[in-house]
Ligand binder design. Structure first.
Ligand SMILES: Cc1cc2nc3c(=O)[nH]c(=O)nc-3n(C[C@H](O)[C@H](O)[C@H](O)COP(=O)(O)OP(=O)(O)OC[C@H]3O[C@@H](n4cnc5c(N)ncnc54)[C@H](O)[C@@H]3O)c2cc1C
Length: 325
């Protein structure tokens, strides 16, 4: 944030938050202005220990949000940047593709709407016949800076509220997503499997994801909690999850499902929707009016991992007004 008068600053940029978003921003700012220094401030002793390591690990296609939303734009761009980054740096990843499953006429109509939206935003999709589906088996010190980026994830609104007057303060809501491990070898699947979208829902539904070793995991569900530290997965969540999974994967063996880990979505409104529909919560990535040099990244829920490099690119544009390749 702009320093008073001609006072010398210790560094050009300060970035608060060492998750994927803060790291991507630091990476981009150092690329755009290699001669200026950046300081990244993280409250834990290691990087990426909060939401960035508690998610579905899916590189999203960006198909669930409105055409002109930041979520769509940053996800499509971020996806391309992320694949390039992974290939250039040898980061293990897999392009599995995914199936989105409709079980009734209303869900079929929702998939038709999604199909048209995908054509509109240029994401390749195809209808899969049922027979193909069935065959597939952390000292106190101070640093001054000219610019400040708030990428503090679940702590982002608290950082924002430290600076703005009381009338502008925001509240953050926490939508926990619980995951369940799966120890059976059947059904055999090689793709991600998602339920049909439920417009206005806080998440994408309890879906099936595969880790790099091909192990199946289900989640995340949606549980509204009061604290971002509430990360235990209660067994009582299992029954509802089984019900939701069986809707699109009747062959799941529920005796092989166990509570696993959880992540928390930072929501800018209560019951805020993660996908297109009523009460949709878009990403906020903006230079703050009246505070030259202060950028806030708020409400960076899914697809924040996929979008992270594009968020870094956008913050670079906000400061320097141009892209670098
Ligand atoms: C259940 C779930 C599933 C998801 N699945 C996917 C997915 O499949 N694909 C996808 O693209 N995205 C997914 N996401 C979204 C993605 O995980 C997040 O958008 C992304 O990790 C956010 O990164 P971040 O850097 O903003 O936040 P974080 O990773 O939370 O990093 C913020 C950092 O700021 C630090 N911090 C906070 N306050 C302060 C402070 N006052 N001082 C110093 N440091 C501070 C924290 O310690 C933390 O390390 C999912 C999210 C959830 C919750």
């Amino acid at each position: 944030m702009k320093s008073k008068g001609e006072q010398r600053t210790d560094t050009r940029s300060q970035i608060i938050g060492g998750g994927v978003v803060g790291l991507s921003i630091a990476h981009r700012l150092s690329q755009q202005s290699p001669s200026s220094s950046s300081v990244l401030i993280e409250r834990h002793s290691s990087l990426g220990t909060e939401t960035s390591s508690r998610n579905s690990e899916v590189i999203h296609a960006g198909i669930y949000y409105g055409r002109d939303t930041l979520k769509t734009r940053l996800c499509l761009r971020g996806r391309q940047l992320l694949y390039e980054f992974c290939e250039r740096h040898g980061v293990p990843h897999r392009r599995t593709g995914k199936w989105i499953v409709a079980q009734n006429d209303a869900q079929r109509r929702e998939l038709e709407r999604l199909h048209a939206h995908c054509a509109d935003i240029g994401v390749p999709v195809r209808w899969v016949p049922e027979r193909e589906v069935r065959g597939g088996g952390e000292g106190a010190s101070s640093v001054t800076a000219e610019t400040l980026v708030n990428a503090a994830g679940l702590g982002g609104v608290a950082v924002y509220n430290m600076v703005v007057p009381a009338a502008l303060r925001k509240r953050l809501y926490f939508a926990k997503g619980n995951y369940f491990s799966y120890s059976a070898s059947r059904p055999r699947v090689s793709r991600l499997v998602y339920p049909a979208p439920n417009p206005g829902a806080a998440g994408l539904g309890t879906h099936l994801t595969l880790d790099m070793g091909g192990r199946i995991r289900f989640g995340p569900d949606i549980e509204w909690v009061d604290s971002p530290d509430n990360l235990a997965v209660g067994r009582e969540r299992l029954e509802q999850a089984v019900h939701e999974i069986k809707l699109y994967l009747p062959g799941v063996d529920e005796t092989c499902l166990e509570p696993d880990y959880a992540g928390i979505r930072p929501k800018l409104s209560y019951k805020g929707a993660g996908q297109a529909g009523k009460n949709f919560n878009d990403f906020v990535v903006r230079m703050e009016d009246g505070y030259h040099g202060w950028v806030n990244c708020l409400g960076i829920e899914s697809p924040g991992l996929t979008s992270s490099l594009a968020i870094g690119e956008r913050v670079g544009e906000l400061f320097y007004g141009r892209k670098v390749s």
